[in-house]
Design a protein around this ligand. Structure first.
Ligand code: ZN
Length: 310
């Protein structure tokens, strides 16, 4: 081998080694960076998963908190309802107690006046919606109990209503609510026994003559039929109902749903009661429509039944 050839051979060997070294280096680096990237991706993914888990845990906590709050609200509302019911019951008991106190000194008219009021007529069936109950015509039998249901007036106050009047009571309440004048309820069905307490209470307050002007004797109350309701505006009831938006709406629209104002200024001589803007009586849609167009001023006049005082 000549020197030149040997030199060339050595140069090539070095170049080859260097090339191999570079190739090995490049391969090594790329493998390392690949591994590094895989590791990094995995760690990022784990971080993301952990973040998502945190997020879910937080959502769970929020959900639990909302459920707790909702349960608390429901419980609070229930408690309020119970408290209201207790308060109402206590008031009723106080009124009944007051009535019992005066009952001893009051002569509640029963049998003697019952005989005079028990004459059967074409409107004396208390299960029918055309029944007349007034000071000349007591309910027969005196302790009659209608079939009733407890119905909420469009989600508001509840009333005890004769089953025959339930559908149109609901329709009336819904229509009033839709018209922006939701109705409240002061009184609906009253049993004979409740009327004994109510009447005696009023007799105790102002004497029998005064009581007879605005409270029915037991067995003479239209409320005992389950077809009468005393409406309120929610905040205004009885006399203060007059002039409210609810009262004006009722005067204009109640007849379309089968209800009529029973006691007015115009008919107080016939009915024997002072005007009551809040007291409505269910007689059915067709009768109420006829009553409205006939211009009759009282149910007694409309059905030709005697009325007036006891
Ligand atoms: Zn009434």
């Amino acid at each position: 081998m000549t020197r030149a050839v040997y030199w060339y051979y050595m140069q090539s060997k070095v170049a080859l080694k260097t090339s191999l070294f570079i190739v090995a280096l490049v391969l090594g680096i790329s493998t390392l960076s690949g591994t590094f990237l895989t590791l990094k991706a995995r760690s990022d993914l784990e971080k993301d998963t952990a973040a998502q888990r945190d997020e879910i845990a937080k959502l769970d906590q929020t959900l639990e908190r909302l459920e707790r709050e909702k349960a608390y609200d429901t419980a609070a509302q229930e408690a309020k309802k119970v408290a209201k019911a207790i308060e109402k019951k206590q008031k009723e008991e106080a009124a009944a107690e007051a009535a019992r106190k005066v009952a001893g000194s009051v002569n509640v008219p029963t049998s003697s006046t019952t005989a005079a009021c028990s004459k059967p007529n074409t409107h004396s069936d208390p299960t029918r919606i055309d029944v007349i109950v007034n000071k000349k015509h007591c309910i027969q039998p005196l302790t009659f109990t209608p079939n009733t249901l407890i119905i909420s007036c469009a989600g508001g106050d509840s009333a005890v209503i004769a089953t025959t009047a339930v559908d149109d009571f609901k329709a009336l309440c819904a229509a009033a609510k839709a018209a922006g004048v939701p109705l409240g309820i002061t009184s609906s069905y009253r049993s004979y026994q409740t009327q004994v307490s109510t009447y005696n209470y009023w007799v105790g307050q102002g004497g029998q003559i005064a009581a007879d002007r605005y409270s029915a004797r037991p067995g003479y109350s239209e409320h005992q039929t389950g077809l009468s309701v005393d409406f309120s505006s929610g905040s205004s009831s009885l006399d203060s109902f007059t002039g409210t938006a609810q009262q004006r709406w009722m005067a204009k629209n109640a007849h379309a749903y089968g209800w009529v104002q029973r006691y007015t200024t115009a008919n107080s001589a016939t009915t024997g009661y002072n005007a009551e803007s809040w007291h409505y009586r269910y007689i059915g849609r067709s009768a109420a429509a006829n009553y409205h167009t006939s211009g009759a001023s009282s149910l007694e006049g409309f059905w030709s039944i005697s009325g007036g005082d006891y």
